[in-house]
Design a protein around this ligand. Structure first.
Ligand SMILES: Nc1ncnc2c1ncn2[C@@H]1O[C@H](COP(=O)(O)OP(=O)(O)OP(=O)(O)O)[C@@H](O)[C@H]1O
Ligand SMILES: [Mg+2]
Length: 439
């Protein structure tokens, strides 16, 4: 009877005479809605529902039950059924329930599409971010990935500079080629040169064989020069030559070898400052800085924090076998407001530690390290105090900024005034006003 009725309303219908038979056809038929009786021989409606859910099938289930069997219908709703119709029913009632279910179906579909859209938007290769600053970086990477032009990635430690370098490589048409990373700060100066450029047999005592350097290894791909700020001055000269000639010379060799590599360099230092201090060659700096990408500190893009937290929790659940669901509001707030001097790496480690220490499936404030519980950002602290006076709040924040500027410039007031973008005179006045003269 239902089949005839529903066909008349243009539904595509399959019928089954038992729960088992229904389950057997679910995969091939793929119903959007399952209309089932509660009481049936062997597998009842509730078991059918449970089995569907266990199979990750999220078809909308509507149960039919006879008057006097209402508590069964309620059970079914609790177990995730969408609706119920009471028997005996008028044709309209069933059609109405199906129309409602259809609405839910299309909402569900829209939701799913939206969720996929969002996760696509917030993920770029292995970089997860939704802040506008990082979205700009995603766009820049996509735009410049295909060129061979040298890229300089800057930013504090742990912000994801290496991930940016890898994304540049993965988005490059040359991605079939190798990605070779070398940490210029971790290799002793006397080995670094032969590491980078290779050597000829006999070039030095231990050189018993010809050896290719990393530039040659990276041919056709990307050479990632990490911590370029640590490169000794003597090698800076050689690197500049390589970048200009696109060829290298192995140690102890007389001939040049053409190399075809994309150079991505990274540093947590302010290279312009390093050039001023004479620790980094200016000509190399300009040669490297053709396409700069600055990855902002995590505290400058707090929008990314919740996304990263959820990502690390999920990843660790898989890796550590934990079953953490999330954080309570207080813990979430602490993580959101903390200043993260170690950036994403510090967040990553903090989450892992909390998941291991955590005694329930929810991370709470006491699972977090003391520095995070105590050291709340004073600016945030002031802003969350409930104080609404612009005057009072500005004074507190102004004092904090002046302290920071003086700390950063080691007490140099002229430089501090520049950073603060106020006049030297105004700074002297404020130092007196806030009693900061000892700084
Ligand atoms: N946006 C992000 N999404 C996912 N993981 C991230 C993100 N940013 C950083 N990470 C993770 O944080 C850690 C640090 O990132 P990475 O090594 O790229 O930082 P870095 O800037 O090179 O740091 P350092 O200057 O200390 O070398 C890595 O484990 C990386 O996977
Ligand atoms: Mg790094």
């Amino acid at each position: 009877m239902l089949r005839t009725l529903l066909k008349r309303h243009s539904y595509e219908v399959e019928t089954a005479s038992s729960g088992e038979e229904a389950l057997a056809m679910v995969d091939s038929f793929g119903p959007d809605v399952v209309l089932t009786d509660v009481r049936m021989p062997k597998m009842g409606g509730l078991d059918l529902l449970a089995t569907l859910r266990a199979k990750q099938n999220d078809a909308t289930v509507i149960v039919m039950s006879a008057y006097g069997n209402m508590d069964m219908a309620i059970e079914a709703m609790k177990a995730g059924a969408y609706d119920y119709v009471q028997k005996p029913f008028k044709p309209d009632e069933v059609v109405l329930a199906l129309k409602k279910a259809e609405e839910r179906e299309s909402l569900k579909r829209e939701n799913r599409a939206l969720r996929e859209e969002i996760s696509k938007e917030h993920k770029f290769e292995n970089i997860l971010a939704k802040s506008t600053q990082m979205q700009d970086i995603f766009r820049t990477i996509a735009k410049i990935a295909d060129y061979k032009t040298t890229v300089l990635v800057t930013g504090e430690s742990g912000v994801g500079k290496e991930l940016v370098a890898r994304a540049l490589h993965l988005r490059n048409a040359r991605k079939g080629g190798p990605f070779i990373a070398v940490n210029c700060g971790a290799i002793p100066e006397n080995l670094l040169e032969s590491e980078l450029f290779g050597h000829k047999r006999g070039a030095f005592t231990d050189a018993t064989q010809d050896r290719r350097g990393l530039f040659e290894e990276a041919t056709g791909g990307t050479l990632f020069l990490d911590e370029i700020g640590e490169l000794p001055l003597a090698l800076q000269v050689k690197l500049l030559r390589v970048l200009e000639d696109e060829s290298i010379r192995r140690l102890g060799d007389a001939r040049d070898i053409k190399v075809d590599v994309r150079i991505v360099a990274a540093t947590h230092r302010d290279l312009l400052n390093e050039t001023k201090a004479g620790r980094f060659r200016e000509d190399l700096y300009y040669r490297l800085n053709v396409l700069p990408i600055h990855v902002p500190a995590l505290r400058e893009r707090r929008d990314d924090i919740p996304l990263l937290i959820d990502h690390f929790i999920q990843r660790n659940n898989g890796r550590l076998g934990t079953s953490t669901r999330g954080l309570d509001t207080e813990a979430r707030r602490l993580l959101y407001e903390y200043s993260w001097p170690g950036n994403v790496r510090e967040l990553e480690n903090t989450i892992e530690r909390a998941m291991v220490l955590c005694e329930s499936d929810q991370i709470i404030a006491s699972d977090l390290p003391e520095r995070i519980r105590e050291a709340r950002d004073p600016v945030q602290l002031q802003l969350s105090s409930g104080e609404l006076s612009v005057k009072k709040t500005s004074r507190v924040i102004e004092e904090i900024l002046i302290r920071r500027a003086l700390q950063k410039t080691k007490g140099n007031r002229t430089r501090a005034a520049e950073l603060l973008e106020i006049s030297h005179r105004a700074l002297l006045y404020k130092i007196k006003d806030y009693h900061l003269s000892e700084l």
